[in-house]
Design a protein around this ligand. Structure first.
Ligand code: ADP
Length: 332
């Protein structure tokens, strides 16, 4: 990264030099072209007058040889202008591309740094909690109820670690070749099971599931679809207030299965809507942010949905919040 701004500056200097040099050459060429035209005109005029082919200046200016000469040099003049314009546009496009590449690089570096910071944090905090729990169990005499509570917290921390590791593994798998392993699935049962698991993980939150009474079996990648639902619902929980509800809806829309996850949380800015699906992207800065995450969730969701020939959309919820909408063709 260090060399990048310097490289960019160097590219600008070279481009500006090229621009100036080219402008100078264009002007010179234009002037020389004019000089050549005038010299040839004088020569032609002398020959024509000398051989008495024309008697006056105005007659010479109307002669076919002069008109030919003039149109030839005019064409050359246009060519010089045309070339200059194309060259300047190419240079401008070059500057634009360099700038864009540079900004992308900076953004990627920032995202990677954020990613490392958050993964380190995400790994360290459950490990520290599990250690504390184990130490408490080891050193103190605890009632059966206390033991139960501590074990439950330990399991939750363990689940957090498992989710993180799973997300990291899925993202790596997606980077190489992700081919969904499809099998006939009853989507309603799968969603029921997943929402129940999430309810147990977030006992304080209200998750409302609305679904069709029956749906045809679909050929889907089980782990992939579970990952789509859990990532969307976990995000809805994470980016909304504790006392707001999250609505999950499973329905049919024409020949598609429609999965909607809606929250009444902080919402997503218009300009962020495209970015959130890129790998490692998290809005805000890791040093100031207080939500946990890796910026992989929605990237994974998008890849899995695409592998099922589906689409994902993000919309605003009313009065606040976000709705994520996944459509998957019934015919897989
Ligand atoms: P993570 O949640 O680990 O940061 P994601 O890829 O799941 O990564 O999400 C990327 C970003 O999209 C988040 O950092 C957050 O800014 C935004 N986001 C995702 N879901 C929601 C939501 N339901 N409400 C508001 N913002 C969201």
């Amino acid at each position: 990264m260090e060399g990048s701004p310097r490289l960019r500056m160097l590219s600008y200097v070279v481009i500006i030099y090229m621009l100036l040099a080219f402008s100078w050459w264009s002007v010179l060429l234009y002037v020389k072209n004019n000089d050549a035209f005038e010299a040839k005109t004088t020569y032609l005029k002398l020959i024509k007058i000398g051989s008495k082919q024309v008697n006056s200046e105005s007659e010479f200016l109307l002669s076919p040889e002069y008109l030919d000469l003039r149109s030839k040099y005019k064409r050359q003049e246009y060519m010089i202008f045309g070339e200059a314009i194309v060259f300047i546009f190419s240079l401008m496009a070059g500057i634009w591309l360099i700038n864009r590449g540079y900004h992308r690089e900076v953004q990627l570096a920032r995202q990677k740094r954020n990613f490392l910071l958050s993964v380190t944090h995400e790994l360290k905090s459950p490990l520290a909690s599990i250690r504390l729990i184990l130490e408490t169990v080891q050193k103190r005499k605890l009632s059966e109820e206390q033991k139960q509570q501590l074990t439950e917290s330990g399991i939750k921390e363990n689940d957090r670690l498992t989710t993180l590791v799973n997300n990291l593994l899925t993202a790596t798998r997606l980077e190489t070749i992700y081919k969904p392993t499809k099998e006939p699935i009853n989507i309603l049962t799968l969603v029921d099971e997943e929402i129940n698991r999430l309810k147990l993980l977030h006992p304080g939150r209200k998750l409302n599931l609305k679904k069709e009474n029956s749906l045809p079996e679909m050929n889907l990648d089980r782990t992939g679809i579970v990952s789509v639902i859990s990532n969307l619902v976990e995000n809805a929980i994470k980016y909304s207030n504790e006392n707001t509800e999250v609505d999950i809806q499973i329905s049919l829309k024409e020949d598609n299965l429609l999965i909607q996850v809606a929250d009444h949380g902080i919402g997503i800015d218009l300009e962020e809507k495209q970015k959130i699906f890129t790998q490692f992207y998290r809005s805000g800065n890791e040093d100031t942010r207080n939500t946990k995450g890796t910026g992989l969730g929605l990237y994974i969701v998008k890849q899995i949905v695409a592998a099922h020939k589906g689409k994902i959309k993000v919309k605003e919820n009313f009065p606040t919040g976000t709705i994520f909408e996944v459509t998957l063709p019934l015919n897989q």
